[in-house]
Design a protein around this ligand. Structure first.
Ligand code: SF4
Ligand code: SF4
Length: 186
């Protein structure tokens, strides 16, 4: 996992520098890159349709948030739709060690990356054979998983090839957004 992270950071740095170079030859970044980003995101979304869920249940059993249940509830009360769906779907593990039993390498990575500043949740509804008992009415956050920005998917997730295929495109999109935001502040 650490190796993967190192490679990811290295790739991002390389892509970022390439984008900085590219930016020097573009007069109107918002217009040129804005259009490209929109079309790339559309391609990524469309391609996702070519993959289907293998039903491993990992995303139902292991959902990570930087927010505690209390904070999520406050955010939900204040109209945050994602927080509302999240806290209405997932409950926190009683302890990190309980979560560690499910996905040890992910917990290890989170501990290294975040100084322990994360919360791990699971859905109490998922069945022992990894089924969603209310699949047709599952929340949008469940339908949307995985997003392209989820770099470290569970090893059992059948969307990994899709994620890998578009990883560098997604990194480039991020680099362009970062550069545009920075230019806007000048
Ligand atoms: S609601 Fe269904 S799909 Fe969503 S996390 Fe729970 S079991 Fe999984
Ligand atoms: S981790 Fe991937 S394959 Fe497994 S249930 Fe979730 S979306 Fe499906």
């Amino acid at each position: 996992m650490q190796e993967q992270l190192k490679t990811l950071k290295y790739s991002y740095r390389k892509i970022f520098l390439e984008c900085v170079k590219e930016a020097q030859n573009i007069d109107n970044l918002e217009s040129v890159w804005g259009g490209q980003i929109k079309s790339e995101l559309e391609t990524i979304r469309c391609e996702r349709e070519n993959y289907s869920c293998a039903g491993c249940g990992a995303c139902c059993r292991f959902a990570v948030s930087e927010f505690s249940p209390e904070t999520l509830k406050i955010k939900a009360k204040n109209g945050d739709n994602f927080a509302s769906q999240f806290i209405n779907t997932f409950v926190p593990y009683e302890s990190i060690d309980q979560a560690r039993k499910i996905y040890p390498e992910y917990v290890e990575m989170l501990e290294e990356l975040t100084d322990g500043n994360f919360y791990i949740y699971h859905c109490p509804k998922v069945t022992d054979d990894n089924r969603c008992p209310d699949y047709e009415n599952r929340p949008q956050i469940c339908r949307d998983f995985p997003e392209i920005n989820g770099f470290f998917l569970p090893k059992t997730c059948s969307f990994i090839p899709w994620n890998l295929k578009f990883r560098s495109v997604w990194l480039k999109i991020n680099a362009k957004i970062e550069i545009m935001n920075w230019m806007n502040k000048l």
